[in-house]
Each structure stands twice: as structure tokens, then as C-alpha cells.
Design a protein around this ligand. Structure first.
Ligand code: ATP
Ligand code: MG
Length: 360
């Protein structure tokens, strides 16, 4: 079997630079290289509802935002299937069978879920839907037989959980499912891009993001107010590069060509870092440099988005078509799953005959 890719994002807001370097850029690259058989990109609205059940409008409003971000980054609906999770009801059914294969203790050990529970301040009132979302993700991946899942580092525990479910399923019911593999970016920083505040992760929920659709002035404002080294007060002071969000972003985004284009006094990032460490290099200069690099990356995305924004009904149409394709594939997998589990009673002529023979 060839390569089948599945990824997705929660429609809880517009997509940000973390999504872009963590996963989206990889997806577009793979899509354009074409060395895969099928690529599915899912807008995970049902998953988003597990911690936004009290605010369905937020999820509803952000479906189109995520779709616009996908299209403007280069996800091409002619090459990839973009679909909406809740529309594919086979996912829910598959999850229901998977729930038997996972213990509560196992769910409670998931480090990403643990961190999110703390961050969301659920206390002891954790919604069951939220705690079980890794099972739902296993269904998302396996319903499409995906073997490759390009994600940020926070998703690795979900992939591990999915692999365990696949192994358990195949053990009990026969080799039906494919074990998926995560693809994280080579650049460690890109696999978990920190927030503008220097905090562990750029995340919609933490409000420390540069959104792909932010206007030029907004991006600049955010970069100019970024966290650097609090002890680097005068330009002449020696500065710290480690833990300095501007340098972390430069590590993630800049390459040597950016120096010849925007900052020709330096050959590469090492030279710039050395100067900063020695003292004599101001924060404004490095922030302006970073701003140029980020604007160069975002400006074509922003422009494409403005075009797509004129055709909202067409985009909903595209999402519906994608979801219908997803349903077709999903129905096939579910048939296989149910027949492996022996719960396809009405299609199993042998079963019906055997049950009759019992009474002959
Ligand atoms: P939420 O706060 O609603 O959970 P989020 O910002 O964490 O939103 P998700 O929709 O949960 O975004 O994540 C979608 C994909 O983007 C996942 O593959 C995830 O690993 C990746 N991702 C999200 N944030 C980052 C980040 N800061 N760095 C790298 N990858 C990221
Ligand atoms: Mg998240």
C-alpha cells in the first residue's frame, strides 16, 4: 500500500505561525511533491466541541476561517480532500468500538491531555468527551487508513495512542488497520514553536500568536513587542540568545539568503548571535530583521486569502464535496472493521446458515 496522509486542525480560531511551521508547511510540501497516494485534511469541529461545547458558535464561525487559511497556504482541493469531521458519521461509530480497547488510566496518562486539562482549569469536572479525544483522533486517522500524520510535537502522544489502538484491534480482530507514523518537522523549534511571550507553545488558547491572516501592521506590532532578554537594557549590554523569543523565531524562520536581502552586515545567524552576546546590537534591529522575514513569508498567503474571501459559498461547497468523498472512503473502512469484528450480521450468510443449523 502507498502513502496516505491525514492531518487536521481544530476550528477554534484562525491558524497561526505554529500551525504553519509545525504541520501545514509540511503538508503543502508533501502535497506538491506528490509522493503519496491520497491526502486528507480534516477540520476537527467535533473535537473542538469537546472543550467548547458551551460555545458552538465559536466552532461554527471558525470552520470557514480554517478553510481559508488552508487554501491560502496552498492546500489544493484538487489534490487533497478537505473535509469537516462532524459530517463523517463513520468516525463516531469507529470511535465507539475503539473505546473498548483503551483504559481510563491510559487516557489519564496522556501528557498533552494532562497539560491541557490543567490549562483549561477543568479541575475534577473533566468532560468525558475531552478526555477521550485521543480515541477520536485514532478513529480520524485509521478510518482513512492513513500511515503518515504530519503534526507538531504535542501530537506525538496522540499518535502513540492511535498505534496502541491499532495493535489491540488487529490482535483481537485480525490485521485490518494500518499503524500510523507521525512526521514532525526536522527543525526542533518548528515542532513546538513558542508563543510571542516566550511561553512553551504558540497556541490559540494562550493568545500569544501571529495569525497567518494578520495584517502587515499587526504582525509588525506583535514582533516589535516580543519578549527578548530582560537584562539587555542598553544596546551596549551583552545579551542572551537562549530563551530570547526573537532569536528562537530567527532559528525557526531565517536562512542565509535573508541576510543578503535584509541584513547584509552579517553573513549568517551565528554572526548575528555572536554580536548580540558581545553587546552593541539593539533589540529593534533584530526585531526589524525578523519582521522582514515573517512578512516575506506571510505576504503571499495574506494576498491569496483576500482572493478566496470573495468566494465563501464556493468554499463551503468544496468542503461539502470533500466531506462526501471522506464518507465514501469511511464507509468502506467501517465495513471492513465490522466484518472483522463479526458484527456485520445481515451481510454474513454463513452466520445466518450456522444459526439455522443449530436448530436442525
Ligand atoms: P487549541 O488551543 O484550540 O488546541 P492549537 O493552537 O493548539 O489550538 P490545534 O488545532 O490543536 O492548535 O493544532 C493543530 C496542529 O498544529 C497540530 O498538528 C499541532 O501539533 C500543530 N501546532 C499547534 N500549535 C503549534 C506550535 N506552537 N508549534 C508547532 N506546531 C503546532
Ligand atoms: Mg491544540
Amino acid at each position: 500500500m502507498g502513502n496516505i496522509i491525514l492531518t487536521g486542525d481544530r476550528p477554534t480560531g484562525k491558524l497561526h505561525l505554529g500551525h504553519y511551521v509545525g504541520s501545514l508547511k509540511n503538508r503543502v510540501m508533501m502535497q506538491n511533491k506528490g509522493d503519496y497516494d491520497k491526502m486528507y485534511v480534516m477540520i476537527a469541529d467535533a473535537q473542538a466541541l469537546t472543550d467548547n461545547f458551551n460555545n458552538p458558535d465559536k466552532v461554527r464561525d471558525n470552520i470557514i476561517e480554517v478553510a481559508l487559511d488552508y487554501l491560502s497556504c496552498g492546500i489544493d482541493p484538487n489534490k487533497s480532500t478537505i473535509f469537516v469531521q462532524s459530517h463523517v458519521e463513520q468516525l463516531t461509530e469507529l470511535m465507539f468500538y475503539y473505546m473498548n480497547l483503551v483504559t481510563l488510566a491510559r487516557l489519564e496518562r496522556n501528557p498533552t491531555v494532562k497539560a491541557e486539562i490543567k490549562q483549561k482549569e477543568f479541575g475534577p469536572s473533566i468532560p468525558v468527551g475531552f478526555l477521550t479525544y485521543p480515541i477520536s483522533q485514532a478513529a480520524d486517522i485509521t478510518l482513512f487508513n492513513a500511515n503518515i500524520v504530519p503534526v507538531g510535537e504535542d501530537q506525538l502522544p496522540m499518535l502513540e495512542q492511535a498505534r496502541e489502538i491499532v495493535r489491540a484491534f488487529n490482535y483481537y480482530y485480525g490485521e485490518v488497520l494500518t499503524e500510523p507514523k507521525a512526521i514532525v518537522p526536522d527543525n526542533k523549534i518548528c515542532s513546538r514553536l513558542p508563543g510571542l511571550d516566550g511561553k512553551a507553545k504558540m497556541s490559540k488558547s494562550l493568545g500569544n500568536c501571529i495569525y497567518l491572516s494578520d495584517e502587515e501592521a499587526e504582525v509588525k506590532k506583535k514582533i516589535m513587542s516580543m519578549y527578548t532578554d530582560p537584562n539587555h537594557i542598553q544596546i551596549t549590554d551583552p545579551g542572551n540568545v537562549e530563551g530570547n523569543a526573537v532569536f528562537t523565531y530567527l532559528d525557526a524562520f531565517c536562512n542565509d539568503d535573508d541576510f543578503s536581502e535584509f541584513l547584509p552586515d552579517y553573513k549568517n545567524l551565528d554572526e548575528l548571535k555572536d554580536h548580540y552576546r558581545r553587546g552593541g546590537l539593539g533589540d529593534v534591529k533584530i526585531k526589524k530583521f525578523l519582521n522582514n522575514i515573517i512578512q516575506k513569508e506571510l505576504s503571499p498567503i495574506r494576498q491569496k486569502r483576500k482572493e478566496y474571501e470573495k468566494n465563501i459559498p464556493e468554499i463551503f461547497d468544496m468542503l461539502l464535496k470533500g466531506s462526501e468523498q471522506a464518507i465514501e472512503v469511511g464507509a468502506e473502512t467501517l465495513e471492513k472493521v465490522k466484518s472483522a469484528m463479526g458484527i456485520n450480521y445481515f451481510k454474513d450468510i454463513d452466520l445466518i446458515q450456522k444459526q439455522q443449523e443449530k436448530y436442525r
